[in-house]
Design a protein around this ligand. Sequence first.
Ligand SMILES: NC(=O)c1ccc[n+]([C@@H]2O[C@H](COP(=O)([O-])OP(=O)(O)OC[C@H]3O[C@@H](n4cnc5c(N)ncnc54)[C@H](OP(=O)(O)O)[C@@H]3O)[C@@H](O)[C@H]2O)c1
Length: 161
Amino acid sequence: MANNSSADKQRAQELVCVTGAGGFIGSWVVKELLHRGYRVRGTARDPADRKNVHLHTLEGADERLSLCRADVLDYDSLRAAFDGCHGVFHVASPVSNDVELIPVAVEGTRNVVNAAADMGVRRLVFTSSYGAVHMNPNRSPDTILDETCWSDYEFCKQTGV
Ligand SMILES: NC(=O)c1ccc[n+]([C@@H]2O[C@H](COP(=O)([O-])OP(=O)(O)OC[C@H]3O[C@@H](n4cnc5c(N)ncnc54)[C@H](OP(=O)(O)O)[C@@H]3O)[C@@H](O)[C@H]2O)c1
């Protein structure tokens, strides 16, 4: 990619970490960051797993993408992954109704936020879900959803959505 503008040149020096880089959303975030000229460090629990191979084929990956091993339940691995990073996209979160995985998502996110703060990361983006805000039968379908809107927990438990 040609870095002609000064904004492109500045980005080329910025390192951004994407947790869960090999997942569905993570892969798209990595692709877009590379396209925009950033240096990218992606995390995976096993970077050598073949499910992450596609990341190395992305345009710009040879020069600007590295993968490192990190688990959201391993605080030190997150600190190492975020070292020197300008920004973090936290995408590594299990998507499941399995109650055993909920603590992984909650504790993992807490670890990511704290480790990013520890390491002086300037900006953290967390991928939430439409499911976090949408499931509320007591709200008009015309309501514009914002950060004050949450899904109704009892409704979700009753319906299993
Ligand atoms: N897919 C959608 O349409 C969509 C829409 C809106 C929001 N989201 C949200 O975006 C996030 C990612 O969704 P996705 O569809 O991309 O899921 P996905 O493809 O299953 O990817 C999840 C990633 O999380 C990583 N992961 C799971 N447990 C981990 C752990 N203990 N430590 C470190 N990494 C772990 C996995 O990496 P490894 O197994 O390789 O380590 C995997 O790459 C979720 O929070 C989801 O709610 C998704």
